[in-house]
Each structure stands twice: as C-alpha cells, then as structure tokens.
Ligand binder design. Structure first.
Ligand code: SF4
Length: 244
C-alpha cells in the first residue's frame, strides 16, 4: 500500500547555515508559531497556514545536494517559527534524514511537550533550546507562555540524555543581568544533557519586516547590546562549553 507523503508548511530554507547547530547545516524554517516573543525577528513565520507546503522526502532530497559540506558535524536543522507545532512532519523529516545518515538538530522554544513531540525527539541528535528569560513574570510578559514549559521540556531532554545547546538572546534592560546569566549557568550545571551555552545579541534588522506587515515591533525602543556588554556577560558564564 502506498502511503501519502507527510507534508508540512515551510517558511524558507537556508542551504549552508553556520549559526544554527554544529558544522555546516541545511536549515529549514518551519511556518507557524503559537508564541509572540517581543524580540521575534521572524514575525512572518507566525501564521501556521502560510508558507510553502512541501514533503519531508523532497526536503531531504534537496538537502542531499549539500551533503559534502556537512562533513562530520553538520546536517539538517529544523528551526522556525516553532517546529514543534508540526511535530508529525518534523518526525517524518528527521526519520528520512536518519535513513540517509544525516545529523538532525531541532531549534525550539520548548513550549510543547506531547506524545508526538516525544516521538520526534527519538529522531533528534541535538536540541538548540531557547531559555529566553530567568523568571516566569518575564516569560509571561514578553513570550506568551510560562517559564515552566521550557523547563519541563529541558527536564525531558535530560531524562532522555539528548545533547542540548542552551541559547539566550541578550536584550538590554530585560535579561542582560547577572541573574539571567547565573540562571543559565545553574541550568547547565544541573542538567547533564547541556554541553553548550550560547549568548546571542538582540538585533533590530527585523524592524522593516514589522513595518511591511503593518504591526508594531514591541522592542523598537530597546537598544542592541554593545560588544562590551556581550563580552562581560559571556565571561560571567561559568560553563559556556562543558566537556562531553
Ligand atoms: S518562539 Fe521564535 S518564532 Fe515564535 S515568536 Fe518567539 S522568537 Fe518568534
């Protein structure tokens, strides 16, 4: 019996990405996100029914053209949007990758944990998990979910021993604090699945996107962090890269 291919909605593809996971990666940006982060630089990924419909097999077929660049560490990264919204499609994509021996990496906010997502994680070689703020109040004000969701997700990653990179976008006046950095350090100490912590600077390149979409950019008044601030916070991290 022929089963129809599993398709998903994809916003865009970056063929030779170097910022979203180890090595050189074919990055697929999934369409749709249930959150509304004030710092979001991809508001055009929010609508779950927009984007291009494409099958998991077709995506892997396209990724295979870049296989020689992946070498030992690279592979596919599924980012977004929020890829957990299309967990069935993401699972089909990662299963297909593993058949072709392509490494899989999931870039997520960790806001959904159900049976489909748990199944997806059995085919995930690494998770890039955003921990956006150190408190529930900041999460509720600037993300649209509680802090309990990503923390529960992280706990599950730890139980399953899935290699995890924690990431935080540094937003001046909101999470550029010692408290926020110490919270990341503490998580990395307590959860053995975390082997890397990355601090990324808040950027406002997305302002034009918000203008085109006719919606206000909630963080338009916030300044981008200086290199000095990034270096200071980076040096406070106790364990940016743990030994595996
Ligand atoms: S989770 Fe990502 S895509 Fe969704 S609103 Fe936040 S930053 Fe944007």
């Amino acid at each position: 019996m022929n089963r129809s291919p599993v398709t998903g909605h994809v916003h865009s593809i970056q063929t030779l990405g170097t910022l979203d996971g180890p090595g050189v990666r074919f990055v697929v940006f999934a369409q749709g996100c249930p959150l509304r982060c004030g710092c979001c630089h991809n508001p055009d990924t929010w609508n779950p029914s927009a984007g291009t419909e494409i099958s998991a097999q077709e995506l892997v077929h396209r990724a295979m053209r870049y296989r020689e660049y992946f070498r030992r560490d690279g592979g596919i990264t599924l980012s977004g949007g929020e890829p957990l919204l299309q967990a069935r499609f993401a699972t089909a994509l990662f299963e297909e990758c593993h058949k072709m021996r392509i490494n899989t990496c999931l870039d997520t906010s960790g806001c959904i944990l159900n049976d489909e997502v748990k199944h997806l994680l059995t085919h995930t070689d690494r998770v890039l998990l955003d921990i956006k703020y150190p408190t529930d109040a900041l999460y509720r004000a600037h993300v649209g979910c509680g802090i309990v969701q990503p923390l529960r997700f992280l706990q599950y990653l730890n139980q399953q021993n899935i290699p995890t990179t924690l990431r935080q976008v540094i937003i001046p006046t909101l999470n550029d604090t010692e408290e926020s950095i110490d919270f990341l350090s503490l998580l990395a100490e307590e959860r053995s699945c975390i082997d890397t912590v990355e601090l990324l600077p808040f950027r406002k390149l997305c302002t034009a996107k918000y203008e085109r979409m006719g919606i206000p950019f909630p963080m338009a008044e916030i300044e981008e962090p200086t290199q000095d601030l990034m270096e200071r916070l980076q040096s406070r991290l106790r364990n940016p890269k743990k030994k595996k």
